[in-house]
Design a protein around this ligand. Sequence first.
Ligand code: HEC
Length: 203
Amino acid sequence: MINRRVGLVVVAIGAMYAPLFSCPASAQEPGRHELPPPPDGRSKVIGLCDGQTTVVVPGLAPGERMSPGQAREVAEELMRQYQGKTLLAHGGAGHTERETRVWEAELKRTIDEGYKLFHSPELGTNGISCDMCHPDASNTHPETYPKFQTQLKRIALLRDMINWCIENPMEGPRLADDDEKMKALEAYILSTRKGVPLAPGKH
Ligand code: HEC
């Protein structure tokens, strides 16, 4: 048994199934998900990527690394709980209609925002906009990233080329990777290539 072998105390926290999405209107970068406090000073709580599932690992000092075996046990326990929850929430079926509607609406909102930015000079300072050179996002080839870009002399992500074009022909300030405008531009550009096979590195 996993618990006996590594002394894992597993605590299922919170409701069985909290809403999967936060309110879009107050969309804030969540950073790390909020964890319940550890039961004592010699345990650590580790959270899963779903923002809900947690496991308490006893006997781990702050900043201390787990052994490879213990780390694997913790990862597997997190995934075991996660899969159980997903099954309970959806009965093994797809997502609810409401989830799908919210997700689609949010994506559409982001793509529309990206479309607006792509067709506006506001990202630059000289009046030029993306669409003047890339009508309908043509020749942006998002599916070929990451790839080596000669002008950057390194492997670039799509956002690196977006920034390159903002800084050069448009003479604008580069966007941070997590800038909502960058996300919107990527969403719009990628949406124009829906269904095209991914081809990282293709020239
Ligand atoms: C003045 C013309 C011009 C403007 C304005 C411009 N681009 Fe570009 N862009 C180019 C050219 C030319 C290339 C191809 C560079 C090369 O040969 O690698 C390019 C390359 C790209 C690429 C990489 C394409 C590929 O094949 O890998 C992306 C993505 C891109 N631009 C996005 C944007 C975005 C987003 C904007 C607006 C913020 C923008 N561009 C504005 C001319 C422009």
